[in-house]
Design a protein around this ligand. Sequence first.
Ligand code: GTP
Ligand code: ZN
Length: 369
Amino acid sequence: MYPSNDLSLLGWNDGLAAALPGGTVPARVARVDRGAAEVVAADGRHQARYGARVRRAAASDPVALPCVGDWAALAPLDEGRYELAEVLPRRTAFVRGGVSRDSRGGLSGDGQGQVLAANVDVVFVAEPSMHATDFADLGRIERLVALAWESGATPVVLVTKADLFEASAGAALADLLADVADAVPGVDVHPVSAAAGEGVDLVRSYLDGARTAVVLGPSGAGKSTLVNALAGAEVMETQQVRAADGRGRHTTVHRQLIPLPGGGIVIDTPGIRRVGLYDMSDGVDLVFADIEELAADCRFSDCGHADEPGCAVLAAVASGDLPERRLESWNRLQREAAWMARRSDARLRSEERRKWKVIHKEMRGRSRP
Ligand SMILES: Nc1nc2c(ncn2[C@@H]2O[C@H](COP(=O)(O)OP(=O)(O)OP(=O)(O)O)[C@@H](O)[C@H]2O)c(=O)[nH]1
Ligand SMILES: [Zn+2]
């Protein structure tokens, strides 16, 4: 007996079946390596090398590379092995750098972009009700929601660690939820206390029909705790576990494609974890495409949209075409992006210094008689 997977629990459907080339079998990409992917097919997990067609497409545009969440067509080789012959058309995609969705919803690349996750239906934006001594960060929620829309998926905001709020903030949770809802019109907002299991069933219901989700949010938001609660098992190590065994937080290799009991999938990769939190300068352009477009008509190419003459962005705010809040968010993001860039520069410099110290020490050690 082969271990068998019901692919419909992973989201396989008639639409996808119609796109499957003859003579191939379908599989979902669970993880990618150089030149090969780990895939889940009906007859089990396989390591499938990329076929010629995939390699050729990827050579001209890395967006064509398979990524976690993709549906792939496998061509059988000998001895029960498969080759990844084709990536089936993506419904949605999280893309980093240099790529945008065209008007038909497809992806167009400039040869620079990288797809972080594909075919994600729901993006849970996890923002803790209290983060240390700070309230939930509305700007961050707004930014991650925008990234979610950009990917083609539907955002849902989860105000996590809701149990902490009233005691530490001395304010009503309902007021916080109302503020969050105002920041993201048209988006569902729910309180969750995953540690106590509260709100988890509601979160799970968004995955009915074997839909695929990612959870975005800052470190410590309770993402792993939530995913564990959804999976009904310890599939991801939480910070507590990692702290207890003293291992580094980012050394843990956990599963990237997590099937939930009863159907549905959560995708969790290091790239997705960082999306919108560190890649700020990419994110700013991606999220504020409307402002970038207007800015093309500013008189000065380096216009800061503050008080410059001939500023098309300010004109759009004045005429009501662009909500003032958008410009305020853009300003805030520019400042954060600059700060992040300075900070990662500083970190790079100190890593360089450390590396050179080690090399010098080794050289001194070797030159000793
Ligand atoms: N009070 C309370 N604490 C929670 C809740 N959910 C998670 N926590 C705690 O918050 C801490 C961080 O939780 P994680 O699930 O590891 O957070 P994460 O978002 O996965 O963090 P990273 O792995 O760093 O991205 C842990 O100590 C959890 O026990 C909750 O609903 N209420
Ligand atoms: Zn301007």
